[in-house]
Design a protein around this ligand. Structure first.
Ligand SMILES: [Zn+2]
Length: 101
């Protein structure tokens, strides 16, 4: 290979968020942690495929799970993307309250 390594020299990256199949820290249900395309935050996704879902997830070439919210411009899953439902929509455990008792 004629390597032009410039493209691979990335500056320091912050620690990788959880990624891939795991569990929800609040309800312990299985979820898939995906990196959002828009703001690069980890987002838990329900593992079951759901055609009514609004989030398309896929694994990129490095095996990292990525999620993409459907938009008006790109309203359907593309390539290897599969529709899922964000776990936040079904998590039975509400967000912890800020005020302890
Ligand atoms: Zn949960």
């Amino acid at each position: 290979m004629t390597g032009d390594r410039q493209m691979f020299t990335t500056p320091y990256r912050p620690p990788t968020p959880p990624n891939g199949p795991s569990t929800c820290p609040r309800c312990r249900q299985p979820v898939i942690w995906c990196l959002t395309d828009t703001n690069r935050r980890a987002q838990p996704i329900n593992p079951g495929r759901d055609a009514t879902g609004t989030t398309a997830i896929r694994q990129d070439v490095t095996g990292r799970w990525r999620s993409r919210g459907l938009t008006r411009e790109r309203p359907t899953p593309e390539g290897a993307e599969v529709l899922h439902i964000p776990h936040a929509a079904t998590c039975p455990t509400p967000r912890p309250r800020k005020t302890p008792r």
